[in-house]
Design a protein around this ligand. Structure first.
Ligand code: IPE
Ligand code: IPE
Ligand code: MG
Length: 247
């Protein structure tokens, strides 16, 4: 990880947290006359390159949307192919994560995952738990609505048990019950493949994220495309409801 820092980027204005909807694997493969899993397989190359790119830039958090709650409704062969790919990739990548001081984290409804995948993930989480560099957050069987419902359930339980009164519930209470509770909100959200939607990703946390969309499909997305997104981000004025002169 000794690549030079891209000179056109301002080191002092990088996001702490980048979130990516890795989309377009299926269409990328179809264009090449291949099946959808071929696209997912090549998407792993992009994950490697982008994780390395973020680690080189000293980004603190990278959240990758790898599988949504709704993706369970895809054809069974695609779902099982994706689960296999997940497990083999994690197994292969743990040594590289450790070498680069990267800590794996997961958000999502892991109870939905097949047992072999859950075990493999748990092991990888433990084996990287003491790394202090980039936090690589995989959103797996994740959706923003699922997460909010879970949070509300847990808050309601605290109220039922008398540990909390409804008037004490604040934004902070909600944030503490989200699966991202110790992470800063993403300042930049990237979606590939020319789709302009959120698709149930980080609904609460993206409130003030800068959104960046590109036509590039995920299997073609590389560090240079990440730098383009960051350059665009650095040209934005983030006002958080205020006016320019107040910033
Ligand atoms: C993103 O690519 C990966 C996952 C959702 C798992 P897609 O599989 O959605 O590819 P397209 O959007 O159909 O091209
Ligand atoms: C969003 O992509 C989920 C992931 C990238 C994991 P989808 O391809 O599932 O989203 P839609 O169906 O186009 O909204
Ligand atoms: Mg898609």
């Amino acid at each position: 990880m000794s690549a030079p820092f891209p000179a056109f980027l301002d080191k002092d204005r990088l996001p702490r947290h980048i979130a990516i909807i890795m989309d377009g694997n299926g269409r990328w493969a179809k264009d090449k006359g291949e099946d959808r899993l071929f696209g997912h397989f090549h998407g792993v190359e992009s994950v490697r390159d982008i994780v390395e790119g973020c680690a080189e830039l000293r980004i603190e958090y990278l959240t990758l949307y790898a599988f949504s709650t709704e993706n369970w409704d895809r054809p069974a062969e695609e779902v099982s192919g994706l689960m296999q790919l997940l497990v083999t990739t994690i197994r292969k990548e743990v040594p590289t994560l450790n070498k680069n001081n990267i800590r794996l984290r997961v958000i999502g409804d892991l109870s939905m995952l097949p047992e072999f995948a859950r075990i493999e993930l748990q092991e990888a989480l433990e084996m990287t738990a003491s790394n202090t560099g980039l936090n690589l957050v995989m959103a797996l069987s994740y959706s923003g609505r699922w997460e909010l419902v879970e949070a509300v359930r847990r808050i309601a339980r605290s109220v039922e048990e008398g540990d909390l009164s409804s008037s004490q519930i604040s934004e902070q209470t909600l944030e503490e019950h989200l699966s991202t509770h110790s992470f800063p909100d993403p300042e930049l959200m990237i979606r590939t493949s020319g789709e302009y939607r959120i698709s149930n990703f980080l609904l609460y946390q993206l409130a003030y994220a800068e959104l960046y969309f590109t036509e590039v499909c995920w299997p073609d997305f590389r560090k240079q495309n990440l730098y383009d997104a960051l350059l665009d981000y650095q040209q934005r004025e983030r006002r958080f409801g205020k006016i320019s002169e107040q910033l």
